[in-house]
Design a protein. Structure first.
Length: 178
C-alpha cells in the first residue's frame, strides 16, 4: 500500500526542526539579536535540490525562522519557503489551492505536535524515526532515519525511485552544499 501511494506524489512538504535538522540549535547573540544556528544534512540537501530540478513541488513549513534557513532553502532552489508559521494548516491549504494539488499527491514529513493537524490532512504523512509518539501513530511511513540524519532523503529517494526520476546523469558537486 505504501509503495503504491508513492506513485502519485508530486509535492513534498517538510517541517525544519527535527526533520531537516536534528532539532538541536545553538543560540548566539548577534548585535542584540538572538539567532539559532542549525545544522543541515548535505545528503538531504542533494535530494531536495534534485526533486526541485525534476519538477516536484517542494515546500517548507516551519515555525522556526532565520536568515540562514531562508538562504539554505533558496540555495537548493526551493520556492515555497514558509518560515515563522503559526498555522501550518492554512499554509498547506493555500498551497493546494494555488497549485491545484490533490491531497493524495502530498507527502508531508513532520516530527512533533505542531505538525499533527496538517499531517491529518495530507495524503501521505511521514516522520523521522525519532518523531514523538503521537506523530508516529498517524504516519503511514516512519523512516528508519532520524531527523537531520537523512530521513528527508529517505522519503524523496523512495518516491523518485518508484517514479523513475531519481538518477541525475549530470550531477554537480555543489548542488547539495548551497
Amino acid at each position: 500500500m505504501f509503495l503504491q501511494q508513492l506513485k502519485d506524489i508530486t509535492t513534498f512538504i517538510f517541517d525544519v526542526d527535527g526533520v531537516l535538522t536534528t532539532g538541536d540549535a545553538l543560540a548566539i547573540e548577534n548585535n542584540g539579536t538572538l539567532e539559532l544556528l542549525r545544522t543541515f544534512n548535505i545528503k538531504d540537501g542533494y535530494a531536495l535540490q534534485l526533486a526541485v530540478k525534476k519538477g516536484y513541488i517542494v515546500c517548507i513549513i516551519s515555525g522556526g525562522n532565520g536568515k540562514a534557513m531562508q538562504k539554505r532553502f533558496e540555495g537548493l532552489g526551493i520556492q515555497h519557503i514558509n518560515l515563522g508559521v503559526s498555522d501550518k494548516v492554512a499554509v498547506y491549504l493555500q498551497l493546494l489551492e494555488t497549485h491545484q494539488i490533490r491531497k493524495d499527491q502530498v507527502l508531508y514529513m513532520g516530527d512533533d505536535i505542531p505538525d499533527f493537524n496538517v499531517m491529518k490532512l495530507v495524503g501521505l504523512p511521514t516522520c523521522p524515526a525519532d518523531a514523538v509518539e503521537e506523530i508516529k501513530a498517524i504516519s503511514t511511513y516512519v523512516s528508519p532515519f532520524a531527523g537531520g540524519k537523512t530521513a528527508v532523503r529517505d522519503v524523496i529517494e523512495k518516491v523518485m525511485k518508484i517514479q523513475g526520476t531519481w538518477f541525475d546523469p549530470n550531477p554537480s558537486a555543489v548542488d547539495s552544499g548551497k
